[in-house]
Design a binder for this molecule. Structure first.
Ligand SMILES: C[S@@+](CC[C@H](N)C(=O)[O-])C[C@H]1O[C@@H](n2cnc3c(N)ncnc32)[C@H](O)[C@@H]1O
Length: 425
């Protein structure tokens, strides 16, 4: 594609995503589906340009007024992903001069909001939690996430899969915490890789793998993945159960569970039972009350821990949407807890970095449910032989209570998890 046409396409896609009426990743995939002739490089340029604009929106909005032409084109120029000479050949002389002036601006001279590119309501809770680590977090959130794979331990072993990928020209390193993870150096097209087609690997952030690990579901158990979605964690849990017992995958969104089906077929698991539920108090849940060994609630949340992958979320969420989410989270956790038999394990997890969706929900649940004893997550992880388990955790009393993963500390998305055991035998 000619540089001018590619820059025009970038501006068009930037305009579509900045409407914020749908998640950016679905707008980008829809655009690619309706422009089938785009090659892999053009797709990479389009996607990364849009993501750069979303990541640095406040800074680019600050620079844009001094330029000329449509605003989305100016933003696309500022975020353009690709060689500078390629971009130069797409711009007018006026645009080249404008970009030249912007290049002279020093980061140190910018206002704080133009450096962190976060909405104000998000800055305070992050600074309160992180202090001096706020800026390393900002830096990490502005980088694309690495591509992590989970090896399906049902039929394959990590070292062998790593060798197989290497032979196929795909370099990887083992993930530092998850015993099942491989981190790729690049972003190859996995659909063409044999290990993917036969279900030996799935794409899954290392943090997400750790949530399935903490549940520690065993052979022959009855397990519920309450908010299974497209089943990222379901698949990992089914493998830890060695394809035995019964793993219910519940979700209120039937279309998400539909996306689990081809993944299940690849995985070789036959112990998973997906079922759409109307809401968290569904009849099906009532029938299973008191019968389940382990329940994971991977709750719907703001998703602000995934800003490396979904930078639009910082503009699509608000204090109101977070407050509404916390009501839902508390209700789902309370309903899901009824499923557990005495001695059973409950796990509450989010991919949020906000205390109100995390510690506050866990503490309120503990206060209202004395039959559930909190289990320190650091202890669970060290029993599972996870490296430096305590460094993955935090909490108000011992600092070991909850899993608390951060992109700048652990190179994972931001994740939270709290665990309890139901008392009695
Ligand atoms: C964080 S996502 C789950 C991601 C999934 N566990 C995975 O690993 O891929 C949260 C899910 O909760 C579902 N959900 C929302 N409200 C629910 C409810 N009341 N009961 C059960 N699931 C619900 C959403 O449809 C969404 O799929």
């Amino acid at each position: 594609m000619h540089p001018k046409a590619l820059l025009d396409a970038c501006a068009e896609l930037v305009a579509l995503t900045l409407k914020f009426d749908h998640p950016a990743d679905s707008i980008v995939s829809h655009y690619f589906r309706s422009h089938r002739s785009l090659g892999p490089r053009e797709r990479a340029t389009l996607a990364e340009t849009v993501y750069a604009v979303l990541r640095k929106k406040l800074l680019f909005d600050h620079f844009a007024p001094s330029g000329s032409g449509p605003k989305e084109r100016r933003l696309a120029i500022l975020g353009f992903y690709g060689p500078r000479d390629f971009l130069m050949s797409a711009m007018t002389d006026q645009e080249k001069n404008w970009l030249g002036q912007i290049d002279t601006v020093k980061t140190a001279d910018l206002m704080e909001r133009h450096r962190h590119n976060l909405p104000e309501w998000l800055v305070q809770p992050l600074k309160e939690q992180l202090g001096d680590e706020f800026w390393p977090l900002v830096e990490a959130l502005n980088q694309p996430a690495p591509l992590d794979l989970r090896v399906n331990i049902l039929n394959d072993k990590r070292p062998e899969v790593q060798k197989e990928l290497k032979t196929a020209g795909i370099k990887s390193t083992i993930t530092p915490y998850s015993p099942w993870g491989l981190r790729l150096a690049d972003k190859p097209q996995l659909a063409k890789v044999d290990a993917f087609a036969r279900g030996a690997i799935e794409v899954q952030d290392e943090g997400s793998q750790l949530l399935a690990l903490i549940l520690d579901a065993k052979r022959g158990e009855m397990v519920v993945d309450f908010c299974a979605g497209a089943g990222g964690k379901t698949l990992a849990i089914g493998a830890t159960m060695r394809n035995t017992g019964r793993l219910y995958a519940f979700d209120t969104a039937a279309h998400r569970l539909d996306a689990l089906k081809p993944r299940l077929a690849r995985s070789g698991l036959s112990n998973v039972h997906p079922a759409a539920i109307a809401h968290e108090r569904d009849e099906r849940i009532k029938r299973l009350a008191g019968k389940i060994d382990r329940v994971i609630v991977d709750a719907p949340c703001s998703g602000l821990g995934t800003l490396r992958r979904n930078p639009d979320l910082k503009w699509r969420q608000s204090p109101q949407s977070v407050a509404e989410m916390t009501v839902k989270q508390a209700a789902i956790l309370q309903s899901a807890a009824r499923l557990l038999k005495p001695g059973g394990r409950l796990l509450y997890a989010t991919c949020s970095i906000l205390p109100q969706e995390n510690e506050a929900i866990a503490q309120a649940f503990s206060a209202a449910n004395s039959e559930f004893t909190p289990l320190p997550v650091a202890e669970i992880l060290s029993n599972l032989k996870v490296e430096a388990a305590a460094s993955l955790c935090s909490g108000p009393q011992t600092g070991q209570e909850y899993l608390r993963l951060w992109p700048h500390r652990h190179a994972t998305d931001g994740f939270f998890a709290a665990a309890w055991q139901r008392s009695g035998t």
